[in-house]
Ligand binder design. Structure first.
Ligand code: CDP
Length: 241
């Protein structure tokens, strides 16, 4: 497990980060499609030490009926960290953090899905973090969108998500746990890769306007790499283009 103390420097004289990565390098990523039998769609993702399962159920009729929208489906998104997924045991159940992440993640996916095709319905998305190592909200979204594709839900694009951050006055791609805990800023984004429309943008920490723009640009580059991995995983499962 990662040390919990602030390192003297995050980037060494050879421009390498504490985990040996380059400034613009993503952690190792692996995506697998269709890992759960009972779900309509599912995906498993590892990004560095993050291990996450996404499961999609639906579209199915929404009950109770007063929650239904007459002209479209609604999305429910549940972000959940297993109590054993973090260094210190996490209190089970949804706290304020999980609720906030679930809300913004749902909104990050909505514009990609043809919701109007399924009036009065619900699409349930569950993301379960088995092991967490910074960047979970983004990694969950990347997996959730693959699980939606696996469920055959019509979408105008995948959604892909990644963070950049600031450490030692440098903008770095895909911050790890120490960089997240002791660095200066964290900028998670989600985007639709074909149009580069941003569907989630958050910022934690202090950044100048220029640094924020550079962070977004850096995170976008990470999203493009992750998008290739999403497509590769879907091709492995289904073949074709
Ligand atoms: O995971 P993400 O970067 O999207 O969210 P965060 O709120 O910036 O949390 C960063 C990291 O802190 C998580 O990925 C976990 O590794 C850790 N964390 C934790 O150890 N215990 C919690 N209750 C919440 C987060």
């Amino acid at each position: 497990m990662a040390k919990k103390e602030k390192p003297d420097q995050f980037i060494d004289d050879q421009s390498k980060r504490i985990d040996g990565r380059e400034i613009n390098e993503l952690r190792e990523v692996n995506i697998e499609v269709g890992v759960l039998e009972r779900a309509d769609g599912s995906a498993y993702i590892e990004l560095g030490d993050n291990k996450i399962i996404a499961a999609v159920y639906g579209p199915r009729e929404l009950h109770p009926r007063h929650l239904q929208e007459p002209d479209r489906a609604i999305i429910r998104y549940k972000y959940s960290m297993a109590s054993f997924s973090v260094g210190d045991r996490k209190r089970p159940g949804p706290g304020r953090r999980s609720k906030e992440i679930s809300k913004v993640s749902k909104e990050a996916l909505e514009s990609a899905i043809f919701l109007e095709k399924y009036p009065k319905s619900v699409i349930d998305i569950f993301v379960e973090i088995l092991e967490s190592a910074a960047g979970t909200r983004t990694t969950c979204l990347t997996a959730a969108s693959v699980a939606l594709a696996d469920a055959g839900i019509p979408m105008n694009d995948l959604v892909v998500s990644c963070a950049a951050g600031k450490v030692d006055d440098e903008i770095v791609l895909d911050i790890n746990e120490l960089e997240d805990n002791f660095g200066d800023a964290d900028v998670p984004i989600a985007m639709k890769p074909n149009t580069e429309d941003i569907t989630l943008l958050q910022m934690d920490g202090d950044l100048s306007r220029d640094e924020l723009e550079k962070s977004i640009e850096t995170a976008k580059q990470g999203c493009k790499i992750l998008h290739e991995e999403q497509k590769k995983a879907l091709k492995e499962r289904y073949g074709g283009e």
